[in-house]
Design a protein around this ligand. Structure first.
Ligand SMILES: Cc1cc2nc3c(=O)[nH]c(=O)nc-3n(C[C@H](O)[C@H](O)[C@H](O)COP(=O)(O)OP(=O)(O)OC[C@H]3O[C@@H](n4cnc5c(N)ncnc54)[C@H](O)[C@@H]3O)c2cc1C
Length: 434
C-alpha cells in the first residue's frame, strides 16, 4: 500500500476579515507549551509570586515525556556525578514516592500516566492557571513588546495578555509568529521523528537472549518492517511483560510542515503493526505480544532553534560563563564531563519580554542532543521561570536582570551551576536515595 501525500500548493490567498478578539485575562507570565520545560517554567515562575498561566494544545501536561511516551529520563549525570537537580530532582523524587519510577542504570524509568497526575497536581498547588486544549496561534506585538498571545480552541479565538512570555513549545512557535530569527535544518538534515509505542505480553529475558544470539536476523526484521533509520531500541516499562519501543522512525520529516507530520504519523503507525507482526512470528518471547498503545503525538527531536543573544558552539564545550544557569551532559567530551548553559542562549535580541526554554534554545545543531533531553529541558525551563519571576518582582526586562541574582536564586533551589567534582555525601549515583 502506497501512501499518497497531499501536496498543498498555496498559490491563492483568502482575506480574513478583521475582528475583535476577547481577552481572557492579563497575567504576569504566560508559558506556551506544557512539556517538561513548560511545566518547570510555569511552576518556577509561580513560586516567585508571579501570576502565571500555562497554555497547552493537548488536554494533559508533559509533552513528549507523557503524550510522546518518552518514559526514560536520561542525562541526569555526567556519567558519574549528578549535573541536574533542582526541580527535576523534585519531580523524580515525587515519582519515586508515588511508586511510579525505577532506576535503570543512571536513568529513571517512569510511568507517564503518573507524570501527568503529578504535573497537574503541582501546577494546581502552585496556582498556575491552566489553559489546556488551546493552541497558541499568533501574537500581538506593539511598541517592541509582545502584548498578547492568540489562542485557538473549541472556545474560539481568544487572547491572553502577559508582561512576560515563555516559549516552551519545543518548536519555538512564538519565534515564528514574532519574526524572531531561528534556524531549522532542511528536511534531509533533520533528526528523524519517531512514533513511540508500548507492547504487552512480552517475555523480555527470552527475547533478549534470542536477539543477542541472532543480531543479524533481528536487524533484518527491523528492515523488513520498513525501518531504515537504525537507532534506538526497546526497554521494559514499569508494567509486567510490557516494553516501550523507541525504534520506529521516519526521516525527511519537518515537524513544522503539517503535510510531513500527517505522512509520518500514518507511515510510522503502519510500520509498528508490521514490526509487531514480524516479532510475534519470529522472536521467541514475543509470541503473545500485542500493541498496548501508540503515542498520542509523534516524537520530534529537532526543529526550530532560536538565534539567541548567544549561540552555544564547539568552543563552548569547556567554557565557563558568568551567566550560566544550568548544565547539560557533554556527549562530546572524554570521560565524565558536562557543559554550562548561559542565560543568553534563552534570550533573543528582538524582544525583551520573551524567553525560550527546552529544545529550541540557541545551540548549534551538532550539539542539540546534549540539550534536548528531559532533565536539561526541565533545567532551562526552571531558569526561564525564575528569570521571568525576577523580571516581574524587580520590574525589569529579561535583558536587564542581574544574572548574579538569578544564579543565587537558582542555587538556593538546588540547581547545579558549577562543575560537579564528586558525588555529594549521602547521594547515590543518580540522586534518588530510594
Ligand atoms: C523519540 C524520542 C525519544 C527520546 N528519548 C529520550 C529519552 O530516552 N530520555 C530523555 O530524557 N529524553 C528523550 N527525548 C527528548 C525529550 O523527550 C524531549 O526533547 C523533551 O521532552 C523536550 O521537552 P520540551 O518541553 O522542550 O518540548 P516537548 O516535550 O515537545 O513539549 C512541548 C509542549 O508544547 C505543546 N505545544 C507545542 N506547540 C504549541 C502551541 N503552538 N500551542 C500550545 N501548545 C503547544 C506540545 O503539545 C507539548 O506539550 C526523546 C525525544 C524523542 C522525540
Amino acid at each position: 500500500m502506497k501512501h499518497s501525500a497531499i501536496n498543498i500548493k498555496m498559490e491563492t490567498f483568502i482575506k480574513e476579515a478583521s475582528r475583535n478578539i476577547p481577552v481572557i485575562k492579563e497575567y504576569d507570565v504566560a508559558v506556551l507549551g506544557g512539556g517538561p520545560s513548560g511545566v518547570s517554567a510555569a511552576i518556577s515562575a509561580a513560586r516567585t509570586g508571579a501570576e502565571t498561566a500555562l497554555i497547552e494544545r493537548y488536554g494533559y501536561p508533559g509533552g513528549q515525556a507523557t503524550g510522546g511516551l518518552v518514559i526514560l529520563i536520561v542525562g541526569l549525570t555526567d556519567g558519574k556525578n549528578p549535573i541536574i537537580k533542582g526541580l527535576c530532582r523534585e519531580f523524580t523524587d515525587d515519582l519515586f514516592r508515588m511508586n511510579a519510577a525505577e532506576k535503570l542504570g543512571n536513568h529513571v524509568l517512569f510511568n507517564p500516566e503518573h507524570m501527568k497526575l503529578l504535573f497537574d497536581a503541582k501546577l494546581a498547588e502552585n496556582n498556575v492557571s491552566l489553559y489546556y486544549h488551546r493552541y497558541a496561534a499568533g501574537v500581538i506585538t506593539e511598541n517592541g513588546e509582545i502584548q498578547a498571545v492568540i489562542t485557538e480552541g473549541k472556545s474560539g479565538r481568544q487572547a491572553i495578555k502577559a508582561k512576560i512570555f515563555i516559549d516552551a513549545t519545543g518548536d519555538a512557535d512564538l519565534a515564528q509568529y514574532c519574526n524572531i530569527p531561528y534556524d531549522i535544518r532542511s528536511k534531509s538534515g533533520l533528526k528523524p521523528v519517531t512514533l513511540g509505542f508500548r507492547a504487552g505480553g512480552i517475555n523480555e529475558k527470552t527475547a533478549r537472549e534470542f536477539m543477542a544470539n541472532n543480531k543479524k536476523f533481528y536487524d533484518e526484521l527491523i528492515e523488513q518492517a520498513g525501518i531504515t533509520v537504525k537507532t534506538g531500541g526497546w526497554v521494559r516499562t514499569l508494567n509486567p511483560h510490557e516494553a516501550w519501543f523507541n525504534l520506529v522512525h521516519e526521516d525527511n520529516t519537518d515537524c513544522t510542515d503539517c503535510g510531513d507530520l500527517t505522512r509520518a504519523e500514518i507511515l510510522t503507525r503502519r510500520k509498528i503493526h508490521k514490526l509487531m507482526e514480524l516479532f510475534k512470528k519470529n522472536i521467541p518471547g514475543f509470541e503473545n505480544g500485542y500493541i498496548a498503545d501508540t503515542a498520542a503525538q509523534i516524537g520530534v527531536r529537532d526543529s526550530r532553534r532560536i538565534r539567541g543573544l548567544y549561540r552555544f558552539e564547539e568552543k563552548d564545550l569547556s567554557a565557563c560563563f558568568k551567566d550560566t544557569v544550568c548544565r547539560a551532559p557533554n556527549y562530546r567530551g572524554k570521560g565524565n564531563s558536562s557543559v554550562e548553559i548561559p542565560y543568553r542562549c534563552l534570550l533573543v535580541n528582538e524582544f525583551k519580554n520573551i524567553i525560550f526554554c527546552g529544545r529550541s534554545i540557541s545551540v548549534e545543531h551538532e550539539f542539540l542532543d546534549m540539550f534536548r533531553e528531559i532533565p536539561c529541558c526541565m533545567a532551562t525551563g526552571q531558569a526561564a521561570g525564575v528569570a521571568a519571576g525576577i523580571g516581574i518582582t524587580r520590574n525589569c526586562s529579561l535583558h536587564d536582570i542581574d544574572t548574579a541574582v538569578l544564579r543565587e536564586k537558582l542555587l538556593s533551589l538546588d540547581v547545579i551551576i558549577s562543575e560537579p567534582t564528586s558525588v555529594h555525601p549521602g547521594h547515590e549515583l543518580i540522586y534518588n536515595d530510594n
